[in-house]
Unconditional design. Sequence first.
Length: 226
Amino acid sequence: MMEIINTLMPNFERLSEEFYECLFQTIIMVLVSGTIAWILGVALGVTLVVTRAGGIMRNRLVFNTLDRCIDVIRSIPFIILMVLLIPLSRFIVGTGSGLEGSFVALVFGTVPFFSRQIEQVLSEVDGGLVEAAQSMGLSPWEIIFSVYLKESIPGITRVTMITFVSFIGITAIAGAIGAGGLGDFAIRYGYQMGYRDMIWLTVIVILLMISIFQFIGNYIIKKTSH
């Protein structure tokens, strides 16, 4: 097997150690920043739905503030957003560069997009279910968890899969400007040094990561759809 890999990718044996390190860095970005972004995205999406006009926790100030902030952040290109967030990153994680320095920017670059998708998914929940829950005396928090989130598991899973693909893309951008990871590896060896086999290796690994995630997501959707 290794002979075949070395034949198709002659530079792999020499660069394998650094490739594995970059792969590990990408996985860390996904696990740390991705988990935080998922939690914040769901929380903000829920907040937008329940505080809007006609929501179960109507609050015009909260809704308008979040709505405008999300639109503003979404409009900023990620590479510029990373630079703007360096001071905040230094304050939160102690550095504005490297792997740790990318966490804040990755979260800010993902949450606005993801929260909008969560808002859309939750907006499709049958209003009759919400009214029925209210008539039964359920509190707003109980309605959020037992109606909005429970009924939206397939939809939330679906938009999570979509966001994951986008998230992998911005980790590559982050890597290309100092955060490490597969993006940095592909730029340095695949583009700058002309090792085309390393670009293909990076693409194949990213496709495998996305395929595995989508397989898990499709399984969850299948099991929770009704």
